[in-house]
Design a protein around this ligand. Structure first.
Ligand code: ATP
Ligand code: ZN
Length: 285
């Protein structure tokens, strides 16, 4: 049994760069990632396989790789027996139905229509749930041009901004799946591989938390200190240090990205000055 964790990631495409960056942020050194089929890390017992994203669920379920990074769209379409371990927060997109811009869309619009897609499994599932009978045309790329060339009446395709659809005279009318990249694992890992995965997962979670949080430093007049501290959650509670100037303190804390702007405004309103916000590289709670 290998004492390395074998990870499958996309060779070249929209998930490649973020997958490699995640590993780097986790302190895993990878050399020669260009034009390689596989590589090993010098400082973590991990071996990386570079594959087409469509093949990753199968390689992981077969045990050729122990873990993989793949979009949920591909994971659910392929429907292989693997376990999702962690949402990774990148590769965000949605799988949507789109129809010609000028058409009026309603519940019965798709009935009897021709729908072009690279996702026949997910599209059929959606149509069955809605009791719609339609004709699926499976194509592997450039699905969005199908209505324009008369191959289909509608498409079911991945969308991020919607600009590709728009340029092809289409509008998004149904979102059938919200997707992001996830870490998946083979269902029967050895104890050693599970131990390595736990180690990697610990790092991934620290990187994710750091990304969602900012370190904040500010100066506060002592008479407003308790109100300002009440606004700051901190990991335990904020750090307060006296400033050289009499009557003032320096307050340090950690803020979540989502509540960030809201709290900054309130801090200012309560007399906070010299507010500094800095990124956090790793965060372990
Ligand atoms: P491969 O050669 O590996 O099969 P591909 O052409 O199928 O690559 P990409 O276009 O690189 O795949 O997309 C990979 C994944 O990135 C998608 O399956 C999806 O999870 C995610 N993704 C994020 N945003 C988008 C988007 N706007 N369009 C397509 N995919 C996106
Ligand atoms: Zn693909």
């Amino acid at each position: 049994m290998s004492n390395k964790l074998r990870l499958a990631i996309q060779k070249s495409g929209r998930l490649s760069e973020d997958s490699i960056k995640l590993l780097k942020d986790c302190g895993i050194d990878l050399r020669n990632v260009k034009d390689r089929l596989r590589t090993e890390s010098e400082n973590f017992p991990i071996e990386i396989f570079f594959l087409r994203d469509d093949d990753i669920p199968e390689y992981v379920s077969d045990g050729v790789a122990d873990i993989g990074i793949v979009g949920e769209n591909v994971l659910y379409e392929k429907n292989k027996s693997v376990e999702t371990v962690e949402e990774l927060g990148f590769g965000k997109c949605r799988l949507s139905i789109a129809v010609p811009k000028a058409d009026e869309y309603n519940n019965t619009y798709l009935q009897g229509k021709r729908i072009a897609t690279s996702y026949p499994v997910l599209t059929s599932k959606f149509l069955n749930e809605k009791n719609i009978k339609a004709e699926l045309h499976e194509i592997s790329g450039s699905v969005e041009i199908a209505p324009g060339i008369g191959l289909a009446d509608a498409v079911c395709d991945l969308v991020s901004s919607g600009s590709t659809l728009f340029m092809n005279g289409l509008k998004e009318v149904e979102v059938i799946l919200q997707s992001q990249a996830v870490l998946i694992k083979n269902k029967s890992l050895s104890a050693e591989q599970q131990r390595l995965l736990d180690k990697l997962l610990f790092r991934i979670q620290a990187v994710k938390k750091a990304k969602n949080n900012k370190y904040i430093l500010l100066n506060a007049p002592n008479d407003k200190l308790s109100e300002i501290i009440a606004l700051l959650p901190g990991m335990k509670s904020p750090t307060v240090l006296p400033l050289a100037e009499e009557g003032w303190s320096s307050v340090h804390s950690v803020l979540n990205e989502n509540e960030f702007w809201e709290i900054i405004e309130q801090l200012k309103a309560h007399g906070a000055q010299g507010i500094l916000v800095v990124p956090i590289e790793k965060m372990i709670i």
